[in-house]
Design a protein around this ligand. Structure first.
Ligand SMILES: Nc1nc2[nH]cnc2c(=O)[nH]1
Length: 817
């Protein structure tokens, strides 16, 4: 009997070039091929679902470099996938690390020698665009065809000889364009990249047969932009080069200049470019690459009337630099060769995992400017002129204090790196780094219910609002959508670590953990345990089942992040009211067996809650006694709220090393107005951090939480007649960062900037282009403002618009969130 043909799907082949290449394997009955030429944008929930549905049956996929996104979410949803064949020698749209963990083989293609002769397809596109724009080809063509009387009625073409071509990037493609500019058009060429020296530019000139000095290196990127008549990008996109040309760079260009981008869309701040062109601030742009591809139907790039009413001329092409017949054909020959090798059980050519993983982990980076962090609850450090070197694993390799900008290169050398190639980001006035925020208590399935039910007591609110919302997470598709939104919102607001409760559902909670990992948010994730005192439709069916599913979740989280680098499991009994003693003692057993496991629960939160707990567990003196008896108190335990602690309870939790998640918004708005005695806890050396307690708390912003902590502590100061002084600014900041890290037991890893710790940080920008120099709605920064004043203004009035970048373990994650 003939073997069943292997199922292959070919994606992103817009011109149907692959069909004849695969035909012989189809004829031989070895494979059956399905073509999906339309690329789906899997960041859109519906298209993500459609992508997973259509690709699920296939064992082998063929994709075109960087057209379809294969992140961990998509790869993890394709159970039959064994081989992913892509065109190109690199494909940053594939999560190679994750593919490797799933045993999916990824293989690419290389440039063939025929294709390597003469200018490559992308360089041809660059010059087609330069000439097309300089000579107004598309505009004149359109005028002739649409206006029968038209003849030469618009401004004249630009002549290239004698003009200056500015190349951002002088790699293979930059050199090819330099050669054409000099030899074919008699242009002058000036180049810049972060690592380019005149020596290297002379070597590049020699490679293309030109004398030293033919390509002049600009003193800086801005100098190049000020000088060039035509600016063309030839840079590899990475986290470091993203936004290489932004507002400031565009403002430096001559009004008569042209900008050409055939490299990658995100190298240019697309919004800033759009505004520049709309205002006609440069003469024109020719663009082959975009932030989102395919360019959406309603993109203003498509719909704006360019070249009219003061707007610049714009020439667009649909990322076709490399899309030429011979070249794409040769790529598919290699894809088919690899497919044949796979069918014959042979090793594939150009397997990509090893060569690409270092890139995916990020490159080393240095940041220079102001850093602000705490060393303990009472010590705030503001270090100006500080140089941080981050290694490729995302750790803080070296901190140089008091280092003016002109000493940066010397410090980089001293740290054993070459300043020529080491990317340095310089922060300006109004910009600074702070440690990422740590949210010590967050109910992820309550993300959509924030703001509801304020006027109810805790137990009423659980019954009337919360359980019905959490129940929705039995639907895993809903869970994926909501958790994606929730984690993205956290990252956007600078939450680099969160301690999450999931719902009662184990599958949805696995999705929560996977979502954190995909988006690279550091997280503790727990399945909520509750087998009583809640509606039948929302509870664990039994203590045994609850424990079984908890173990399953713990194992799953450990399997997706085996070293616990980012995501770790946590036990999350809702509270004693919803857990019978079999369940609590079973959880205590899990703690016994796995001493490094974290625990969080709600503790002495509300009057009705404490009263009901006493009725259910009359044998215990208080809640500390209760949870301790079940083995749930230890240095890895987070006790949320902790409003009404007896003297003895404070002694107990201090002795056990537990931490407190102070959630001032929810405790001041749910039921009565309650004020946790934070000053007393700090006095006693009990660990304290802050929690949003979404959705008991209406806000998911740690800045809001900090501000409410100040207000509540002020109320408490008045209430205690000054015995418990209010929190100072630096103390609130400590609680949101290092304090939270201590509560979560990760203070040796994150929480402040110390050599050897991981770089979890927020890049704060406070000065913008809105009236009075505002950025967002933050208090405007005035000339006389000291760094202390700027910091205070940010903490008290800033929001996510001022959090320009979020780094987790050295990787910039906000733009992808
Ligand atoms: N704030 C808060 N307290 C609780 N106690 C038990 N469950 C909850 C919850 O979901 N939120």
């Amino acid at each position: 009997m003939a073997a069943t043909p292997v199922q292959v799907a070919v994606l992103d082949d817009y011109q149907g070039i692959a069909t004849p290449k695969f035909a012989h394997l189809v004829d031989q009955g070895k494979i059956s091929v399905t073509y999906f030429p339309n690329t789906l944008n899997v960041r859109n929930a519906d298209e993500r679902e459609a992508q997973i549905k259509r690709l699920q049956p296939f064992e082998i996929l063929s994709t075109m470099r960087e057209r379809s996104l294969f992140n961990a979410d998509i790869l993890g949803s394709l159970p039959n996938l064994k081989v992913l064949l892509t065109t190109g020698a690199r494909n940053f749209a594939i999560d190679h690390e994750f593919a490797a963990t799933k045993g999916i083989v990824v293989a690419g293609t290389q440039r063939t020698s025929e294709a390597a002769n003469g200018p490559d397809p992308t360089t041809q596109q660059t010059w087609a665009l330069i000439l097309g724009l300089a000579k107004h080809i598309a505009r004149e063509d359109n005028a002739l065809k649409t206006d029968k009387s038209y003849w030469q009625g618009q401004d004249l073409a630009i002549s290239l000889p004698g003009k200056t071509l500015g190349l951002l990037g002088l790699g293979r493609l930059g050199q090819a364009s330099a050669k054409i500019a000099i030899l074919a058009f008699g242009m002058k060429v000036v180049a810049w990249s972060s690592s380019l020296t005149q020596e290297k530019a002379d070597a590049a000139a020699a490679e293309i047969g030109l004398p030293a000095g033919s390509i002049r290196v600009a003193a800086s990127k801005l100098d190049l932009l000020r000088e060039a008549d035509v600016v063309s990008l030839h840079y590899v996109l990475s986290e470091r080069s993203r936004g290489l040309v932004g507002k400031e760079e565009l403002a430096a260009m001559k009004p008569s200049a042209l900008l050409i981008n055939t490299s990658r869309g995100p190298l240019v701040d697309e919004a800033a470019l759009f505004e520049t062109l709309k205002a006609g601030k440069i003469r024109g742009a020719a663009i082959d690459v975009f932030d989102i591809e395919p360019l959406p139907a309603d993109s203003p790039w498509r719909t704006t009337e360019w070249g009219k009413n003061g707007r610049s001329e714009v020439l667009l092409s649909p990322h076709m630099g490399y899309a030429v017949e011979d070249y794409i054909g040769s790529l598919y020959d290699q894809v088919v060769e690899n497919l044949e090798r796979h069918l014959a059980g042979q090793e594939l050519l150009l397997e990509m995992a090893e060569q690409t993983i270092p890139q995916m982990r990020g490159l080393p980076l240095a940041l220079h400017g102001t850093i602000i962090h705490t060393l303990d609850a009472s010590t705030l450090e503001i270090l100006q002129d500080c140089l941080l070197i981050i290694d490729s694993d995302g750790k803080i390799e070296k901190i140089f204090k008091d280092t003016p900008a002109d000493k940066v290169n010397a410090c980089i050398s001293q740290a054993g790196h070459s300043p020529d190639v080491f990317p340095v980001k310089y922060l300006r006035r109004g910009e600074f780094l702070i440690p990422g925020f740590i949210d010590t208590h967050y109910h992820a399935p309550q993300y959509a219910q924030r703001g509801l039910g304020r006027d109810q007591t805790l137990l009423e609110w659980l019954e009337n609002v919360t359980f019905a919302h959490e129940r929705k997470f039995e639907d895993v598709a809903y869970a994926k959508r909501m958790y994606t939104a929730c984690v993205q919102a956290g990252i956007k607001q600078g939450v680099t670590t969160a301690s999450y409760y999931g719902s009662v559902h184990v599958e949805a909670t696995k999705i929560l953990a996977e979502t954190c990992l995909e988006q690279r948010q550091r997280a503790f994730v727990g399945k909520c345990n509750m087998n009583r005192s809640s509606p039948e439709w929302y509870r664990d069916v039994s203590a045994e089942e609850s424990l079984k599913e908890t173990r399953e979740l713990v194992a799953h989280v450990r399997s997706i992040d085996s070293e616990g680098k980012l995501v770790k499991p946590i036990l999350t009994p809702r509270f004693a009211i919803t857990c019978d003693d079999t369940l609590l003692s079973g959880l205590g057993r899990i703690v016994d067996e796995t001493p490094d496991i974290h625990v969080q629960t709600h503790f002495n939160e509300a009057v009705d809650e404490m009263e009901y707990t006493r009725q259910l567990y009359p044998q215990f003196q208080h809640e500390a006694d209760l949870y301790d008896e079940f083995g749930l108190l230890g240095p890895q335990t987070i006790l949320a709220h902790s409003i009404f602690l007896k003297e003895e309870e404070m002694d107990r939790i201090k002795a056990k090393g537990c931490g407190i998640a102070h959630c001032p918004i929810s405790t001041a708005t749910l039921g009565e107005f309650m004020m946790a005695p934070i000053r007393e806890y700090l006095r006693r050396g009990i660990k304290v951090g802050l929690g949003t307690d979404v959705g008991g708390g209406f806000s998911s912003s740690m800045l809001d939480i900090m501000r409410h902590a100040f207000i509540i502590s002020k109320a408490r100061e008045t209430f205690t007649k000054g015995a418990d002084p209010a929190l100072k600014l630096n103390e609130g900041f400590f609680l949101a960062t290092l304090g939270g890290a201590q509560v979560c037991g990760i203070h040796d890893k994150v929480g402040n900037f110390i050599e050897g710790k991981e770089f979890d940080a927020l890049e704060i920008h406070t000065i913008g282009s809105e009236p009075c120099g505002s950025l967002g709605v933050m208090s405007p920064i005035e000339d006389e403002d000291s760094i202390e004043a700027i910091f205070e203004k940010f903490l008290m009035t800033g929001d996510d618009r001022n959090i320009a970048k979020v780094y987790i373990a050295g990787q910039s994650v906000k733009e992808t969130a």
